[in-house]
Design a protein. Sequence first.
Length: 119
Amino acid sequence: QVQLVESGGGLVQPGGSLRLSCVASGRTFNDYGMGWFRQTPGKERDLVASISRNGGTTRYADSVKGRFTISRDNFKNTMYLQMNSLKPEDAAVYYCAARRPNIVRYDYWGQGTQVTVSS
């Protein structure tokens, strides 16, 4: 299995930027499709963006299209989420997750990193 550790969260003003990182260990990173999710208290965890094993295919939630960019560096076993033009509604705990080939479900999760957007 794969272990995931997120970093890069913090406090940012509206309109600002943050870059989240997710470092993977334990298995071959490029065996896994990857995604970023976010969750606020009392709500379900929602998929924000996903990326294929080789990085060639990316998908985004409508709410973040044009503002967030997901990427991965398979040599560094790391996935990123560049978040620009942040809004207060982007505030959440952000989780990275991994799924095995041909499996839709994400089975492996990081511990989460808090993103706060406030003036």
